[in-house]
Design a protein around this ligand. Structure first.
Ligand SMILES: [Zn+2]
Ligand SMILES: [Zn+2]
Length: 344
């Protein structure tokens, strides 16, 4: 099943498909397991980039989500349904995502628990029936339903419609939050997905329960740390002794200050639960980073308030004083195209 990939002979691989405020998505491969980290692209675009990167979408085993912002979850429902694979969330993030998908529903906690039970029962029924119906689901239609702005339309469509012979018939409506399988994890509690160990850790960001990850397969450790307002001690501790580090370098402080964002948004980005600036990332790289990673990838660059050359130069300067770091390769993840797969 995994032999479709051009890179099938390489056992550990890290491919950034997209990084930035318009969508985030990375594939981590270890042993026979392939995990999609976030699904912030449409399913169609995600599959296109996977194929361009030499990765077959059908071989993905799971999706794991950092937090519920749309640039990280925009394509999760359609992709998970299309592939029939589980989605790993923290419970808080799952709950927040369901609210985001249906913002007018105003669920109470009890209602939410009830909905989860019903969905679990529905999944069980689907599993028992063992049909492949998610394969023939029309993507365009699901994406249409999945947009929160169409909730009003969904409600309208669910009204009983009178048929020609006068009988009232309930029109079945797809639940936009339905997923083939949901798995919960907790920040600070490591677990395994197939051949890959996953260590989720809390990051400071304005979401319900945001996390970063360290993935480990065959002794190779790969960290994902984007969307964080500053570098707290627990994150610094997690990023020690990694072989690959995907680290946020979101904005240039001057560009943000003089840029087009309204004051309130600027304040949000700059806050302790916003995003790391080039300068903050450089400070970390210069003073606390242990220099152990073979690859440092700068990610989540703002298209309005940053320039790739600025982010690169700032990080290079920070690393330049450190002779032991000459072997480090500094890469930049992009919004509109995938990075070359990094193989170990
Ligand atoms: Zn983001
Ligand atoms: Zn975010």
């Amino acid at each position: 099943m995994h032999t479709h990939s051009r890179y099938a002979h390489r056992m550990v691989r890290f491919t950034v498909l997209a990084s930035g405020s318009k969508g985030n998505c990375t594939v981590v491969t270890g042993g026979k397991t392939r995990i999609l980290v976030d699904a912030g692209l449409s399913c169609r675009e995600l599959f296109r980039r996977l194929r361009l990167a030499g990765e077959a979408p059908e071989t993905l085993d799971a999706i794991i989500i950092t937090h519920e912002h749309s640039d990280h979850v925009g394509g999760v429902a359609v992709t998970a349904r299309k592939l029939g694979i589980p989605v790993y969330f923290t419970e808080g993030t799952h709950r927040a995502w369901m609210r985001w998908m249906a913002p007018r529903r105003q669920m109470t906690y009890a209602q939410w628990v009830e909905q989860c039970k019903q969905q679990a029962a529905a999944r069980q029924t689907a599993a028992d029936a063992a049909t492949d119906d998610c394969e023939c689901e029309d993507e365009a239609e699901v994406e249409e339903i999945a947009k929160p702005t169409n909730v009003a339309q969904i409600s309208a469509a669910s009204e009983p419609a009178a048929t020609a012979d006068g009988a009232v018939q309930e029109k079945p409506v797809k639940d936009p939050t339905w997923l083939p399988k949901v798995e919960y994890f907790k920040a600070g509690v490591a677990f395994k997905i197939g051949d890959i160990s996953v260590s989720p850790f809390t990051i400071p960001h304005d979401a319900t329960d945001p996390v970063g990850f360290v993935f480990e397969a065959e002794g190779v450790r790969m960290a994902v740390a984007t969307d964080l307002g500053y570098m707290p001690p627990n994150v610094k501790a997690q990023l020690r002794l990694v072989d690959l580090l995907l680290l946020e370098s979101n904005h240039d402080l001057e560009m943000l200050r003089d840029g087009p964002y309204p004051w309130s948004v600027k304040q949000r980005v700059l806050s302790r639960v916003g995003h790391l600036s080039n300068e903050a990332t450089a400070t970390y790289l210069k003073t606390e980073y242990d220099g152990q990673a073979t690859y440092v990838i700068l990610g989540h660059l703002s298209e309005s308030n940053n320039l790739p050359e600025l982010a690169r130069i700032t990080a290079e300067r920070a690393l330049s004083g450190r002779a032991s770091l000459l072997a480090n390769r500094l890469l930049l993840a992009a919004q509109h195209e995938a990075l070359q797969p990094i193989c170990f």
